[in-house]
Design a protein around this ligand. Structure first.
Ligand SMILES: [Cu+2]
Length: 608
């Protein structure tokens, strides 16, 4: 209970502190006319001025980087600061990146190195995970507190420095510190590919960052979920957001709150007969989004960085953590058409003990596809569903552009895991993997332990470690979901091949594995009471989280720590500034120079 009171205290203090913080809304503007792929607007990297401070207007086409003959090192500044914002009309503190939510787009070309100076001015500790990036040889920049680094304390900067190697596609970044990304620390990351087979099939490129949104901070929500005897389900959001914009009916807002109804919607401008690549990211805490544009079908070409054989769909279901690219042909009569970013209510279980169960949310998030010259009010009609609700996009739409065959071979390591829920001795809800709920050791991350020559098999039980030691081997994980909820699982450091997805009641049958042309991605939905079998190549030394991306489940402990090739990993040297975070973290715990900070740190201590 002590923990809960502290969290609530933090909220009140925050509300006072944040009252004085200015709102930043200005965004970088770029010329929309000069953005045809044939004449990229070059973003010139001035090496005398490292750490370029970037902002992104999500409603302007992407200003590409010019392709270079040799890889380029790109320096970006990401400053973390709480600001007051009203994404759906309701004002609250938002954990912003460079003053905006979603955070700015980080761009690179294939092979480039990203050097990202993260300055933490949150008054809370923070980390950033670069979702989907493999971090070959740089496990300590994966951004998972307790697994790959100590949290970045307040008023401290950490330079994340990693190569994109041979990766390309649509990625994102988010905090991995408690549920901080749900409060706003999330943004987009795109690695362009000069050899992209679809490069000449579209004229402009847009990003769509989808998220569910809560009016309460996670500092309020998490203790409620963590309360002894809590019998509700995942907290119900207040709005769906399309690239940071949504609408809330303010008559439902609590008295005294600042709230404006009928906020402007997300508007994406198009020109008749041009083609647009939309990169769609579900950065939610929880919800499955269904993305569609009335009267415009979607040509799917990428999932989680993997090029696909193109197929045409009407509606795109996107689970948390997944990304897609689709090409949209603006070939309809000049007009305004609804873009739909619908939070799929069918996938959100609810009972009347659930936090915010009586939310005034309008699940049907709307944006507008605006043709140049259109003046009509949009009244377009939604497509009928052409997908299975609460499931990933059907595998027939997810064939890699060329079959990826490397997963069909001798399995060197096999791990069997079972997901359940349970209660601890205080009747607090816990998520269990093989009967064990993950607890991070914030001040002594697993990778630090491995490099101190602690053998992975001697790690504390609550690290939920699974060990893979075959260099270049094929690991297979069978995940049995013994509860009724669907769980979108994400693996750090890898993509994996999906050998099979089994629904409730299906029998596990190895002869049904898709060995010849499996779907390959980094996030998949495990059906309620079903199972999945995945494979990945064990070629990336590191400590890699494999976890449900429903953030409420992460906080209940639904996390596994893959310890991969520890014999190689233990010989590596973690950069001094990363190790020093642990000292600074300890130091700040003992410091009372800021009351707010000390409260947050004390609270974390209860998890250490
Ligand atoms: Cu889950």
């Amino acid at each position: 209970m002590k923990f809960n009171i502290k969290r609530i205290l933090i909220l009140f203090i925050l509300l006072f502190v944040i009252g004085s913080v200015a709102i930043e809304t200005s965004v970088q503007t770029v010329s929309g006319d000069s953005l045809h792929l044939k004449d990229y607007t070059n973003e010139i990297q001035n090496l005398n001025e490292p750490y370029k401070f970037i902002k992104t207007d999500y409603f302007k086409p992407i200003t590409h980087l010019s392709f270079t003959n040799k890889p380029v090192t790109r320096y970006y500044q990401l400053t973390l600061k709480k600001v007051k914002m009203s994404p759906d009309g309701f004002e609250r503190p938002v954990w912003s990146v460079n003053g905006q939510h979603p955070g700015p787009l980080i761009q690179a070309n294939k092979g480039d190195r990203l050097v990202l100076n993260v300055t933490n001015n949150f008054d809370d500790p923070a980390t950033i995970h670069w979702h989907g990036m493999f971090q070959h040889g740089t496990n300590w920049y994966d951004g998972v507190p307790g697994q790959t680094q100590c949290p970045i304390p307040n008023d401290v900067s950490l330079v994340y420095n990693f190569s994109t190697t041979d990766q390309h596609g649509t990625y994102w970044y988010h905090s991995h510190f408690f549920a901080q990304y749900v409060d706003g620390l999330r943004g987009s990351l795109v690695v362009h590919d000069p050899d992209d087979p679809y490069l000449n099939q579209y004229d402009f490129e847009y990003l769509v960052v989808l998220s569910d949104w809560h009016h309460n901070t996670t500092g309020v929500l998490l203790p409620l979920q963590d309360a002894p005897g809590y019998s509700g389900l995942r907290p119900i959001p207040d709005s769906p957001l399309i690239s940071g914009l949504g609408r809330y009916n303010c008559t439902a807002a609590p008295p005294g709150s600042k709230c404006k109804s009928n906020q402007p919607l997300a508007v994406y401008n198009v020109k008749k007969n041009k083609k647009y690549r939309f990169r769609i990211i579900n950065s939610s805490a929880d919800g499955v989004f269904v993305f569609s544009i009335d009267q415009h079908k979607l040509k799917v070409i990428e999932a989680d960085g993997i090029y696909l054989k193109p197929t045409i769909i009407k509606k795109l279901p996107v689970a948390v953590g997944q990304r897609y690219s689709v090409i949209v042909d603006a070939n309809q009569p000049v007009g305004n058409y609804f873009i739909r970013g619908t939070l799929d209510k069918r996938c959100t279980p609810i009972n009347n003990a659930t936090i915010n169960f009586n939310s005034a949310i309008d699940w049907n998030g709307l944006g507008i596809l605006h043709y140049e010259g259109a003046i009509n009010k949009p009244n377009s009609k939604e497509f009928d569903d052409d997908f299975t609700p609460c499931r990933d996009l059907d595998k027939k739409h997810l064939n890699p552009i060329k079959p990826i065959t490397k997963y069909d071979g001798h399995v060197t390591d096999f791990v069997n895991i079972t997901i359940t829920f349970g209660r601890d001795k205080n009747q607090r809800l816990k998520a269990l993997i093989n009967n064990s709920s993950f607890v991070p050791q914030m001040n002594d991350p697993t990778v630090n332990k491995i490099t101190r020559d602690i053998d992975a098999k001697d790690l504390p039980k609550e690290q939920n470690s699974v060990i893979f030691n075959h260099n270049g081997g094929i690991a297979e994980i069978y995940v049995k979901n013994n509860n009724g909820a669907d769980h979108p699982f994400h693996m750090h450091g890898h993509v994996f091949a999906i050998m099979y997805v089994g629904e409730k009641g299906e029998v596990h049958d190895k002869s049904k594995y898709n060995k010849r042309n499996p779907v390959v991605r980094d996030t998949l939905t495990i059906p309620g009471n079903g199972f999945v079998v995945i494979r990945f190549i064990t070629d990336n030394p590191g400590v890699w989280a494999f976890h449900c991306h429903i953030e409420w489940h992460v906080e209940l402990g639904m996390v596994l720590g893959i310890i991969e090739l520890q014999d190689t990993l233990k010989k590596e040297t973690i950069p001094e500034d990363v190790v020093a975070l642990c000292l600074e973290h300890d130091l700040q715990k003992r410091t009372t120079r800021k009351m707010l900070n000390s409260i947050v740190i004390n609270e974390i201590r209860s998890y250490d």
